[in-house]
Design a protein around this ligand. Structure first.
Ligand code: 3HC
Length: 659
């Protein structure tokens, strides 16, 4: 029978007496208005056809349904709403079975939950990632999921937003079966269910959960919420499912969904979602073919190099690590193996995958081995003569089509490129430490970097599972330049009367995992001190300069590892230190500064403004392509709370809010 079209994105075919409805709304089959309309049309059609015994709903392509259409949020609602479609499915007179060919996320899972049976392919997976967008499920997820899998498991899934693979979904009771021919299995299930009383999820009793399990699941979710509203609301709604009528639970859920959807927190997280998908897209590279990168050379296998090696290995690359001596090469290999072992112990990596990674790893003192590499990343000491000498040496070793990347944090990659015979193949890849964990990579386009070199490292970074953000050459790139401006402003406030711990408390209350002075102490103060000393001769003598950090270093206070920095760590805890207070007071007195007090609001406002102003300068200079890239750098590299959207988002929304 030929396919029937119910809307621009929903078609149907009758197979074996069952209407198979396919949602085809690329790229992820989001539930746009025409999908909802098409589903209702299809259900109406199947209800009217006596020869049709039931309905199977499936998705075209790799995804079942990627959730509500996030691009419709904030626009006037279009009927039918998703809860209406879902109610129609659940109360339908004939069996409806979901055949999950791929990801069933958010509203996609909610459609599946309302069906009378669920079959998944082995690629099927389920999740309700709404909390990651600052919302709760809005089409019955918080009420139907606990009826299938219990309160504690539903709190875990909805509160964390994590996705479960088909095998876990079956263990949880979320799907009925996982089949390689999921469509065929779904058709059989419809026939099995036909004529029987239908199992309507919303009518099921919520299984009794152990209170201790519910408590533990809730605590876990709330402890990770870091000031966000949605996870706590999700927990509340799921718990309510145990004791309120379905209708009441659904009404509460919908009202909460609408309230959160219209919140700044959700707007911020949606901004981050779209910013991540935009990052790394460079218009002029649209038609450029990236080079193949399979073998990665890494010069320097210290903390940073080893982290990069692990990221490359776990994403399937061969890695050649290079050190200066055989002894250092042995240590480098041990360091890399140690990180892989830790990942196995933490349950993040299967032992078999670790073994495969180690089989693809060679660490050697013979730089000549880099002749096989498609890409060489240097992660050696951040010193210009060291790096230029290394790049010149690499010129003579690597293939003519190999790419050379520097992982410098502060040096000028243009200077490094200029020292080589082929500067067009040089690029910056600024990883963040630990490089196997941190997602952010600043991809630094040098003045003459060839387009296909840039395209290749962007593709490589994505293959590593990283979030690449392209930036131009400037001291400290996007992140460290903003961080410097932010730190400068924080130090101005300390000099003017705020205590470091007051500034940190204000930042932590805003949502940063750690205040700036605590971060400073954790990273160590001596590298920045050395840089300030180098820059002293060229510093504008008229510019305001705060000497407190220099004074701290002069007294041997280098941060956590020396037990003392902006704080005292001798008790094992971070504690404000009267010695530091006295030192700050002495600096203020020497400059005749009368200290004044700062409210937490003023502290945060000034720091956000310093970040946004520096971000605006980076945009004006063409260093960053878009303000959303700057937000991603600050969120993924510097602990800026994602649910606030980033400093540029905050500045832009405040500007829009002003009359
Ligand atoms: N709505 C609108 N657009 C979406 C979308 C959605 N739910 N999900 C993804 N897209 C868009 C992306 O913006 C991107 O667009 P672009 O090509 O213009 O940049 C495109 O689809 C492809 O997305 P990805 O690059 O993320 O594709 P992947 O293949 O890597 O991943 C995915 C696919 C796993 C489905 C991933 O896109 C994803 O996680 N999407 C979001 C899922 C989600 O949060 N769903 C819940 C929505 S809220 C909801 O359902 C509320 C309900 O309870 C009422």
């Amino acid at each position: 029978m030929s396919a029937m079209r119910f809307s621009e994105s929903v078609t149907g075919t009758i197979l074996d007496g069952v209407l198979v409805v396919t949602i085809d709304n690329p790229p992820v089959n989001a539930i746009s208005a025409h999908v909802r309309q098409g589903l209702v049309e299809a259900l109406d059609h199947a209800a009217a056809l006596g020869m049709v015994v039931g309905v199977v709903i499936t998705g075209a392509g790799r995804t079942f349904v990627g959730g509500a259409d996030i691009k419709e949020f904030g626009k006037p609602p279009v009927e039918p709403t998703l809860p209406e479609v879902i109610e129609r499915i659940e109360s339908y007179g004939k069996p409806v079975v979901a055949a999950a060919n791929g990801a069933a996320l958010g509203g996609g899972s909610e459609i599946a939950l309302a069906c009378h049976g669920r079959v998944a392919s082995d690629k099927g997976n389920f999740g309700m990632p709404e909390v990651k967008l600052g919302i709760v499920p809005g089409a019955g997820g918080t009420q139907r999921l606990p009826r299938l899998i219990g309160i504690a498991a539903a709190i875990d899934l909805i509160g964390s937003g994590r996705t479960v693979k088909a095998t876990e979904a079956i263990a949880l009771g979320l799907v009925d079966s996982v089949e390689s021919d999921h469509l065929d299995a779904a058709l059989s299930l419809v026939h099995d269910l036909a004529g029987e009383p239908l199992r309507r999820t919303g009518m099921l009793e919520v299984p009794v959960s152990e209170p201790a399990d519910v408590d533990a699941a809730s605590k876990k979710v709330l402890s990770r919420a870091r000031g966000q509203t949605a996870p706590a609301e999700a927990v509340r709604l799921v718990k309510a499912a145990a004791h309120v009528e379905l209708k009441q639970g659904l009404a509460d859920e919908r009202a909460t969904f609408v309230r959160l959807r219209d919140s700044v927190e959700s707007a911020a997280l949606r901004h981050v979602f779209f910013a991540e998908r935009l990052a790394g897209k460079v218009e002029k590279l649209d038609n450029v073919t990236p080079r193949k990168i399979e073998i990665v050379g890494i010069v320097g296998t210290g903390l940073m190099g080893a982290g990069i090696a692990v990221a490359a290995l776990t994403s399937g690359h061969r890695v050649i690590g290079v050190e200066q001596t055989a002894e250092a090469a042995k240590k480098g290999r041990e360091r890399i193996a140690g990180i892989l072992d830790k990942s196995v112990q933490a349950g993040r990596l299967a032992a078999t995958v670790r073994d495969e990674c180690l089989a693809r790893l060679a660490v050697t003192a013979d730089a000549g081995e880099l002749a096989a590499a498609d890409l060489v990343i240097e992660a050696v000491f951040d010193d210009l003569p060291v790096k230029t000498e290394l790049f010149q040496r690499l010129d003579g070793i690597v293939r003519s089509d190999a790419i050379l990347a520097t992982n410098t944090s502060y040096l000028n990659p243009d200077d490094i490129a200029a020292a080589t015979a082929h500067p067009e193949r040089v690029v910056g890849l600024h990883f963040f430490s630990p490089a196997n964990i941190m997602r952010l990579v600043e991809v630094v386009a040098c003045k003459v970097t060839a387009p296909d070199v840039l395209a290749s490292v962007l593709a490589f970074a994505k293959k590593l599972g990283k979030l690449p953000v392209v930036c131009g050459v400037t001291e400290g790139f996007i992140g460290n330049r903003i961080f410097s401006a932010y730190r400068r402003e924080a130090e101005f406030m300390v000099e003017d009367g705020a205590a470091p711990h007051e500034i940190d408390a204000a930042l932590e209350a805003y949502g940063f995992p750690m205040g700036i002075f605590a971060v400073y102490d954790m990273a160590g103060l001596e590298i920045a001190w050395a840089r300030r000393k180098r820059q002293a001769a060229t510093r504008d003598p008229k510019a305001r300069y705060v000497e407190i950090a220099d004074r701290l270093c002069e007294t041997g206070r280098f941060g956590r590892k020396s037990g003392r920095g902006w704080y005292d760590y001798s008790s094992g805890e971070r504690a404000a230190d009267p010695e530091v207070t006295a030192l700050i007071e002495a600096v203020r007195a020497a400059k005749n500064i009368e200290p004044r007090s700062f409210t937490p609001e003023e502290i945060v406002e000034r720091l956000l403004k310093a970040m946004a102003d520096e971000g605006a300068a980076l945009l004006a200079e063409g260093i960053a392509a878009r303000s959303s890239d700057i937000d991603l750098v600050m969120i993924n590299g510097y602990g800026f709370p994602a649910h606030k959207g980033g400093p540029m988002f905050v500045a832009e929304t405040q500007k829009d809010a002003k009359p």
